[in-house]
Design a protein around this ligand. Structure first.
Ligand code: PLP
Length: 386
């Protein structure tokens, strides 16, 4: 059976050119970048080139990019690092109800440490209102953290407006760009971000490597202590092959982003139209137009998301009920609940995220099989009366 992968927001397959770029750094060029002999210096040069490539993709300078072990770590570093470094100025942090757990759990941790956190609501599309951000600012606010686009429902947030408000108020602004890098434009100057978190495995790079952009002059405390790597901002021997892969993925993204975003937007619209015309009682989650080019998230009445995912899997189709992190949780998605969906509809959500190797034939195949799957599941549901 042909497998159709439609969970690119959970992780992307690695681009063959990324794998090729990484390979020498596992074997021939295995040196420790901190070593002063040539093996070490070769590795260091490769890291610097990757840093330049990622900085180029986000409009930053190389020295403003710090490699981390993941997007989660980059979010933790940004939020804890700014919170602890600026505690003498204030202890208030603003975030939103639809952030990834990497942000929300970090804020919860800081709350237990005595910081005050304001978690802003969102509208029915999952959009944060810049005006709400402005109103939430107090004399004690030191950090605002709002994601560039949501991983579950695909809504793109008004980040440059929020960044402008933060800048006017002289408050640090962090944005989680894990789902946007390589998919839509991410420019730290246009977004007015002081900190921006990214992760390689969402743009055809390897897992286990991320980066945090830190605008020059930002007061931030490192939270991994040890050696002097990353200019003392993140200790530990660098993941050289991973970083090289991330650099290559960024280089390829720069070349392909415009064309790919256009292709996926057309495919996404075709997919949404097909779903809406062939299945009754379903609704789109997230914003109808201001959404990621690759995201199709729906909620389906009278059916459990898990049942749809498992039945699709039997047909060789990989989709998800929401975020990868909630795959093993029975709680409905905090994002869907924040958009005002009742629990039963949040439980019936299904997310398809497309990517580089998704074709129109793949989408047409899903459009052929999904109505039958939903009809069978509804036939077994005591709640479905039609
Ligand atoms: C918006 C967002 N932030 C952070 C992360 C965490 O990134 P990582 O898997 O690299 O830890 C994810 C991963 O799904 C994400 O979607």
């Amino acid at each position: 059976m042909k497998r159709i992968y439609l969970d690119y927001a959970a992780t992307t397959p690695m681009h063959p050119e990324v794998l090729e770029a990484m390979q020498p750094y596992f074997t021939d060029a295995f040196g420790n970048p901190s070593s002063i002999y040539s093996y070490g210096q070769e590795a260091k040069t490769a890291i610097d080139a990757a840093r330049t490539s990622i900085a180029g993709l986000i409009g930053a300078q190389g020295e403003e990019v710090v490699f981390t072990g993941s997007g989660t770590e980059a979010d933790n570093f940004a939020i804890k690092g700014v919170a602890y470094a600026n505690r003498s100025r204030g202890d208030h942090i603003i975030t939103s109800a639809i952030e990834h757990h990497a942000v929300l759990e970090t804020c919860l941790f800081l709350e237990k440490e005595g910081f005050e956190v304001t978690c802003l609501p969102v509208d029915e599309y999952g959009s944060v209102s810049p005006e709400d951000v402005r109103k939430a600012i107090t004399k004690k606010t030191i950090l605002i953290s709002i994601m560039q686009a949501n991983n579950e429902i695909g809504t793109i947030e008004p980040i440059s407006e929020i960044g402008e408000i933060a800048r006017e108020a002289e408050i640090y602004f962090h944005t989680d760009a894990v789902q946007t890098l390589g998919h839509i434009p991410v420019n730290v100057n246009n977004l007015k971000a002081d900190l921006l978190a990214v992760s390689a495995h969402k743009l055809y790079g390897p897992k286990g490597v991320g980066a945090l952009y830190i605008r020059k002059g930002t007061r931030i405390t490192p939270f991994i202590h040890g050696g002097e790597q990353e200019k003392r901002r993140r200790a530990s021997t660098e993941n050289v092959p991973g970083i090289v892969g991330f650099g290559k993925a960024a280089e390829l993204a720069r070349l392909e982003i415009d064309e790919e975003a256009g292709r996926l937007t057309a495919l996404r619209n075709h997919f949404i139209d097909g779903l809406m015309t062939s299945i009754e009682d379903i609704r789109l989650n997230g914003h109808p137009t201001t959404r990621l080019p690759n995201n199709v998230s729906i909620n389906v009445s009278y059916v459990e998301g898990e049942s749809m995912v498992l039945n699709l899997d039997l047909e060789g189709i990989c989709a998800s009920t929401g975020s990868a992190c909630s795959a093993s949780s029975l709680e409905p998605s905090h994002v869907l609940i924040a958009t005002g969906l009742p629990h039963e509809l949040a439980h019936g959500s299904l997310r398809f995220t497309m990517g580089k190797w998704t074709t129109e034939d793949d989408i047409n195949h899903v459009l052929e099989v999904l109505p039958g799957i939903i009809a069978n599941l509804r036939a077994m549901s005591p709640l479905y009366k039609k």
